[in-house]
Design a binder for this molecule. Sequence first.
Ligand SMILES: NC(=O)c1ccc[n+]([C@@H]2O[C@H](COP(=O)([O-])OP(=O)(O)OC[C@H]3O[C@@H](n4cnc5c(N)ncnc54)[C@H](O)[C@@H]3O)[C@@H](O)[C@H]2O)c1
Length: 254
Amino acid sequence: MIKIIMNGCNGKMGQVISRLVSEDDKCEIAAGFDINGEMKNNYPVFTDPFGYTGAADVVIDFSHPDSLEGILDYCKSRKLPIIVCTTGLSNVQKNIMEAAAGEIPVFFSANMSLGINLLISLAKQAARLLGDSFDIEIEERHHNQKIDAPSGTALAIADGISEEMPGGAEYVYDRHTSRRKRKKTEIGIHAIRGGTIVGDHTVIFAGNDEVIELKHSAASKEVFAAGAIKAAKFMAGKEPGMYNMNHLISSFAE
Ligand SMILES: NC(=O)c1ccc[n+]([C@@H]2O[C@H](COP(=O)([O-])OP(=O)(O)OC[C@H]3O[C@@H](n4cnc5c(N)ncnc54)[C@H](O)[C@@H]3O)[C@@H](O)[C@H]2O)c1
């Protein structure tokens, strides 16, 4: 039985994971961490991670960027693998996370859905085949409670496509700030916020007289929670280093 610590346990994602794990006979939540110390489930909740010294195999983090350094320090002190799912991390925080991977196994994905990771690989393939004959734009839509924009997933899609463009791409977010035609080397990234949209991402390849669109739509938060639980099972007992969805997906073929 894999023992999970859930960081951000009282949030929306923490609660979906709590429900899915309670229906899974291969893992259980041993403890939850949250700045809101309310006990909503059948496991203890700690506002300070160092308050929990009991058994644990892996930490899942769906919380807030402010929590990152503290939870990494806790994982390093106990040599625990961590699945970082929180988005909106700064470059400094990403560097801190990568440095921690020298001591503990760290899994990071801005999007834990298997479908989105397939979308990224299809978008890379399309960018490779279409070359600079098509203009590439990414549109993302999320609910009106989301704070960061553009989404970490939109940036991950852009990063994947950029790797396929000779010299890389320039990301353009605010077309209203400058009046000029778009360049072939640009990827335009556009954020829409409203209602209860869980998460839609569309990659638009616009050519002469034809448009190709690749779209992923998440209908519920369960797709991310299910991916995070799969990652937790995969990461328990791994060697220190950085891991991502490609490692997890490749492991299905083993
Ligand atoms: N990687 C993915 O696939 C994916 C999918 C969905 C959401 N997310 C990200 O996960 C994060 C959480 O999403 P959510 O919808 O559950 O948000 P939420 O606001 O509902 O929950 C966040 C929880 O974290 C707690 N928290 C805040 N600051 C904390 C801190 N310093 N230490 C410990 N706990 C703290 C809050 O009290 C809350 O219970 C966000 O960054 C979101 O963008 C990632």
